[in-house]
Ligand binder design. Structure first.
Ligand code: LLP
Length: 429
């Protein structure tokens, strides 16, 4: 069992059968801060960023890592990545607002929207961030507010991939990105309008452990860059492969080999920019999950153990309102019993939440030690799209978040209260 914990390369260890997170006793933390509780390791976030950045720098020296804030937009997480020198990928005015608050300067923020409103374009123009256009109309409408100095376009590189249909964001079925004709029209219009510097971007999807689709799509993006360069005389300041790097959620899955990834993607990049005469643009990427997923766990207490003629259910205090991924995508999050880490696994259980829907589960058919009410479970890899996708569904206040930083436990998001449920409501007679 200890081996299984360590195998995840997360800030986890075991002391006398109790799960430690960054050296802190999770049972004590659950008592102190209550559950459901997200614990985040600041060090792991920083390490993930640096490992990736350094692996890329081995093969090319103009690298920008844009953190995709949608994965986890906690201000303290943003702050740490800002301090490491990360750039930021924002998909809403709200994410721009948070990034600026966390200290990112506008030129380090790339906004990639979809279905963007006019007033949002106005806000974006005023905040001076770099815009990555997702439709011709968006450019048209942006130009009513500003002629940006730098502009990027999200193209559809024809190939998509992802851990679930909902997470495939390129190829024929998706709303994202521009196809060739529109792409050329958009760059031509931007150039005519006076834009001086250009970028080009794609995002094939999320949760990708097999690099092949990213490499093939990136090659398509590079040949599109050549067409734009040849037809319109545009050279690119940056070329952005988007996000999508996967992480292992299951014990039998392997981590991405960063050295291979860096070599493969950057040797293709360097070969093509030389062959296509594209100069020396920045190579950019937009990891979300890769930077934060394994830096966080979700602690949840066992309220009920229920045995039916067919199944054994562990009822916990976190549900799809706290961690939506299992219910929404059938995603796997590994479960450890935080107060019985070394106990022998004995029974098969479903871990279910307090939400009145049958789809409210966190884990299905898991072999775990015998569970009693009052036990504490830890769901691993909860840092990406965990709190970020949580809600108040069933009128449940959202969970708290604690950051472990410099050997201190800091409450970085208070647990919501009943007051949070009525915030912004106005009762009429
Ligand atoms: N860039 C863009 C434009 C994106 O839309 C996304 C994610 C990323 C970067 C970061 O992707 P990542 O490196 O995290 O894979 N809720 C889903 C994931 C949806 C991702 C949406 N876009 C999940 O929980 O798996």
């Amino acid at each position: 069992m200890v081996k299984k914990v360590i195998q995840f390369h997360q800030p986890l260890s075991n002391e006398d059968g109790i799960l430690l997170f960054e050296g802190f006793n999770t049972v004590e933390l659950a008592k102190k801060f209550d559950t459901p509780l997200y614990l985040i390791s600041e060090k792991r976030v920083r390490d993930n960023y640096n490992r990736l950045h350094n692996a890329l720098l081995q093969n090319y020296d103009k690298i920008r890592v844009y953190y995709a804030a949608k994965a986890n937009s906690n201000l303290s997480v943003l702050r740490s990545l800002e301090a490491e020198g990360a750039y930021l990928d924002a998909v809403s005015p709200g994410e721009i607002f948070l990034a600026l608050k966390a200290g990112f300067s506008p030129e380090r923020i790339l906004f990639t929207g979809t279905s963007v409103r006019n007033d949002e374009l106005n806000f974006i123009a005023n905040s001076n961030v770099v815009v990555n256009i997702d439709s011709f109309s968006e450019l048209d409408r942006l130009l009513l507010h500003i002629v940006p100095k730098t502009l990027s376009v999200r193209i559809n590189p024809k190939i998509g991939s992802g851990h679930h249909d909902h997470c495939i964001t390129a190829g024929p079925q998706t709303k994202f990105g521009l196809w060739e004709k529109e792409t050329l029209k958009t760059y031509a219009k931007a150039k005519r309008a006076g834009v001086e510097k250009f970028g080009i971007q794609m995002h094939v999807g999320s949760g990708i452990l097999n690099l092949e689709p990213i490499i093939l799509a990136f090659d398509n993006l590079l040949s599109m860059a050549k067409k734009i360069h040849d037809k319109l005389g545009i050279t690119f300041e940056f070329i952005d492969m988007g996000g999508g790097l996967g992480v292992p959620y299951k014990p039998e899955e392997n981590e991405l080999d960063l050295c291979t990834f860096s070599k493969r993607i950057l040797s293709l990049f360097k070969r093509r920019i030389a062959e296509y005469n594209l100069g020396t643009p920045f190579f950019c990427l937009e990891p979300g999950r890769y930077l934060v997923s394994d830096a966080s766990i979700l602690l949840t207490s066992v309220n009920t153990v229920k045995v039916t003629p067919f199944k054994k259910f562990i009822g916990v205090d976190a549900g799809l309102n706290t961690l939506l991924r299992p219910s929404m995508y059938g995603s796997y999050h590994h479960v450890l019993v935080a107060n019985k880490v070394t106990s022998q696994e004995k029974e098969i259980y479903d871990v279910v939440g307090p939400i009145c829907e049958s789809g409210d589960f966190l884990a299905r058919d898991r072999l775990l030690p015998e569970i009693e009410e009052g036990d504490l479970l830890a769901l691993l890899n909860a840092g990406a799209y965990g709190f970020a996708m949580s809600s108040q569904y069933n009128s449940r206040p959202r969970a708290a978040e604690v950051l472990i930083k410099n050997k201190k436990c800091l409450l970085v998001r208070k647990r919501e209260t009943f007051d949070s449920l009525v915030f912004n409501q106005q009762m009429v007679e």
